[in-house]
Design a protein around this ligand. Sequence first.
Ligand code: ADP
Length: 385
Amino acid sequence: MSNPLTTPTARVSGTAAPAQPSIAFDRVTVSYGRGKKSTDALLDFTLRVERGETIALLGPSGSGKSTALKALAGFVRPSAGRVRLSGRDVTDLPPAKRGIGVVVQSYALFPHMRVRDNVAFGLKARRIPKAQITERVSDALAMVSMSDYASRLPRELSGGQQQRVAIARALAIRPDVLLLDEPLAALDAALRQSMVIELQRLRDALPDTTMLYVTHDQSEALALASRVAVMRDAQLVDIGTADELWSRPPSSFTAGFLGGANLIGCTVGRVSGTTALVSVGDKMFTGSAPAPTRRWAPGTRAWLCIRPHEMEVTTLWAAGSLAARVTGSVWRGATTRFTLAVDGLPDQLLEADVTGRVEHPIESRVGVRFPNPTGVLVEAAGPTR
Ligand code: ADP
């Protein structure tokens, strides 16, 4: 079985060395504070990112995402492990010497400087000749569609425009690696959506630029990343393409964090190829059993992962449905989310998204139909119900 933390290096002919990953975290640990008060914000973190890849570091608040990014940028020093850029060990190098572009949530523009001077800042610090600075600033502003705003001050721009300028400033130094730390978190929902499309465009326009994108928002990760690294409690939990993690979540944490999931404790029965019979209480379902990374031995306890949008709410006793009691109902515009207590599944509430505005009173009895095949099996690390 291949190590999921490594991706194949490029095949090269002759005696040339294999291509080095653009970014490599090698067992990096970062601790804040000292002695008893010390906390590990990042623990034994290993990750390789190939040139031109966009990787999302996805996880809840406090899981260590920003710390990983800061360790790469040089803003914090690892207490163990090494950080490499294209094979070069930069662990002891000051941030300015790493040649990385960084964009943070708060834009961090200089308020008294016009847009063009903000964008030129890093170039002047690098003593780039004046004529080149002018050209690079206008290229970078064009890349984020901000050419018409070069003479404005930051306070004369909207939040989204300020973030575009911050991105232009990071791009002006023409970095091989661009780090983005929750760049859209301060923007309102509609603007976030249009900025995601802008960032997709930027990513495609810069195929050789490696991007590390920190977010707690799974939709940004799915939209932008070639691979997603899921983090929890200072550690990497899972890594894979967005599609892999979504359709075959390797862990219950990733299943729940990426898209929300009903995780129903089950026992694996007969397995045939990538299909497994599973029992939930006294009922049998056919689940999809991801292969080939796992063997599903009969008798194993596992989770059956069903996404809320895959569940169907029917009338009570409709064919193929289970009886359930409505415990919650929230209209969300395009869908209504029901929380349901299903007969035979004690201590567990399931969520079902139904298109449109649908009304079922709390405590009313309905039917719920699982999809067929019924979800995907997820390995159970802890106890399943
Ligand atoms: P994330 O980016 O996933 O929200 P962070 O990397 O910012 O997480 O933080 C990881 C952990 O480290 C958290 O528990 C946080 O409280 C702690 N932490 C972050 N920065 C500092 C700091 N400067 N001093 C002490 N603790 C910190």
